[in-house]
Design a protein around this ligand. Structure first.
Ligand code: CA
Length: 233
């Protein structure tokens, strides 16, 4: 069930929204001011925010700005009596996903909510790649230059982590934690990691150019197309 937060100070409008949206199968929380709205946004998970612009204390714009500056990506639908084009543009520029002027027809609000929720459902990740190296996450296969490369499960997990963090340095500690699921790292796991890196490098890099898996001395490893240019091993 999708969870919606409504930030709206007009009690009658808020009640009508809560009632109507609940009837259509949403779980709805209502905040009558920005303070409570912020509190709920920080403590609960929501799939969509319906935000009034004219609020006491914090305006809807302020809430939107704070939300986006914190990197919160939830879809925001602005609901406002301020229906001028300028307000719409401001709202959308500040990171709102849609804007509906008051008064509005409830079916239109529902339709827009559905669109935003659909858009919010990201396509599941099905493949990772770097240069001509490709990993198919559904079939668990790896290819380089179109040729299938057989990997053990551990090598596959290792390569997946490196691909997920491509062009970034990955330390042995990160690999121990995320690929080997070892919390308290001891020396032997480092050797094990190095052995697997060597084997993986042999399989994905040895017959190919450019080399992708590089050692960053004293730090860890990087899967990068530009490794040679950085003078890495
Ligand atoms: Ca208001």
């Amino acid at each position: 069930m999708n969870r919606l937060l409504v930030i709206e100070d007009e009690k009658k409008v808020a009640e009508a929204l809560e009632e109507g949206l609940t009837r259509h199968g949403f779980r709805v929380d209502v905040a009558h001011n920005g303070e409570k709205g912020f509190f709920l946004l920080n403590t609960q998970h929501y799939d969509l925010l319906i935000l009034d612009l004219m609020l006491p204390e914090h305006s809807g714009y302020e809430i939107l700005r704070t939300l986006r500056s914190k990197g919160m990506a939830l879809p925001v639908l602005i609901l406002s009596a301020r229906d001028s084009t300028e307000d719409k543009v401001t709202g959308l520029d500040m990171g709102a996903d849609d804007y509906l002027g008051k008064p509005f027809a409830f079916p239109e609000l529902l339709a827009r909510i559905r669109v935003l929720l659909r858009r919010g459902q990201q396509e599941p990740l099905t493949r990772l790649s770097l240069a001509d190296l490709e990993m198919d996450l559904i079939h668990h296969t790896v290819r380089r230059a179109g040729k299938t490369i057989p990997l053990t499960n551990r090598e596959y997990d290792l390569l997946r982590f490196l691909l997920e963090n491509k062009e970034q340095i990955v330390s042995r500690e990160m690999l121990a934690r995320h690929v080997w699921e070892v919390v308290n790292r001891v020396t032997p796991i480092d050797n094990l990691i190095d052995v697997h890196i060597t084997r993986l490098r042999h399989k994905i890099d040895e017959p190919y150019e450019p080399k992708l898996l590089h050692t960053v001395r004293g730090v860890g490893f990087i899967l990068s197309e530009k490794g040679n240019a950085h003078g890495l091993a």
